[in-house]
Design a protein around this ligand. Structure first.
Ligand SMILES: *[C@@H]1O[C@H](CO)[C@@H](O)[C@H](O)[C@H]1NC(C)=O
Ligand SMILES: *[C@@H]1O[C@H](CO)[C@@H](O)[C@H](O)[C@H]1NC(C)=O
Length: 260
């Protein structure tokens, strides 16, 4: 290229946007505007570069490859994709050259990001947990692009990301990871029981899983204490009875001996 000094033979391209973001199943135009050219005898080509692999999508005046039957050239050089899909996410390169063999050309690169709405996430909620124990709830969604952010709800009320910042949840012991979807209770409380659901959200939309009930059971501490204390008391009773009996026998023996 001749750098930024436009010679009278140069081609100069422009675009309305070098980064284009749309939602899947929408039309999109990648603009390649011929700002300057000293001839109409131009060769126009579009390439798609995805995962480092280039392929033609407009070549010899035809839409080809991945975009065949799905796009058209908008004169003179822009490209309209009728109904973008997730696999159209790529870098596109518009190249315009003189057809006279002079080697004069310009190119413009456009990054297209096709956003995909999340589908219903997979949620895992333990059915029953015991007070004081740890518990983890998980939420996972794999279709959304860009990767979704997760939110958790209990009885349709959103849980704050950090319970310490909310007066209502100040005593809750969970940590929430909004990028992995994990909701981890370190010590479950009675108040944590309820219907849980999770939402996966990105710029294209959101989806949520059905609510799942998590029950929280008391540890029956009283029963455990009574059982163990009861055992100890019974043992003490037996020991003390034996002791009592033995000492009484001894005492009466001693008394008899003294009398004799
Ligand atoms: C775009 O493509 C999708 C999937 O093939 C289809 O369901 C949808 O109806 C199309 N939208 C338009 C506007 O053609
Ligand atoms: C949090 O715990 C403290 C101390 O046990 C208590 O006084 C307070 O009412 C609790 N707050 C909530 C919102 O449960």
């Amino acid at each position: 290229s001749t750098g930024h000094i436009p010679s009278m033979f140069a081609v100069i391209l422009r675009t309305k946007a070098r980064i284009v973001r749309i939602n899947e199943f929408e039309p999109v135009e990648l603009t390649c505007i011929i700002h300057f050219a000293s001839t109409y005898n131009l060769r126009i080509e579009w390439k798609k570069i995805r995962n480092g692999i280039p392929s033609y999508v407009y070549y010899r005046r035809k839409i080809v490859g991945d975009l065949e039957n799905r796009a058209q050239l908008r004169e003179p050089a822009s490209m309209l994709i009728f109904n973008a899909t997730r696999t159209d996410t790529a870098e596109y390169r518009c190249e315009v050259a003189y057809n006279d063999g002079s080697g004069e050309f310009d190119e413009i690169k456009i990054n297209l990001e096709v956003r995909v709405k999340p589908v219903e996430p997979q949620c895992s909620v333990p059915k029953a947990v015991t007070v004081g124990m740890a518990a983890e709830l998980q939420c996972l969604e794999n279709e959304g692009f860009p990767a979704p952010v997760y939110r958790w709800f209990r009885n349709n009320e959103e849980l704050p990301q950090d319970p310490k910042n909310s007066p209502k949840f100040i005593n809750a012991t969970y940590t929430m990871n909004t990028s992995t979807g994990s909701l981890k209770f370190h010590r479950v409380r009675k108040e944590d029981a309820g219907e849980y659901h999770c939402q996966a959200k990105n710029d294209a939309g959101h989806a949520h899983c059905p609510a799942n009930l998590m029950e929280v059971h008391d540890v029956d501490i009283l029963a455990i204490i009574l059982k163990s204390v009861g055992g100890v008391i019974a043992a003490l009773f037996v020991i003390s009875s034996i002791w009592c009996f033995a000492s009484r026998v001894y005492a009466s023996k001693k008394a008899r001996n003294e009398n004799e």
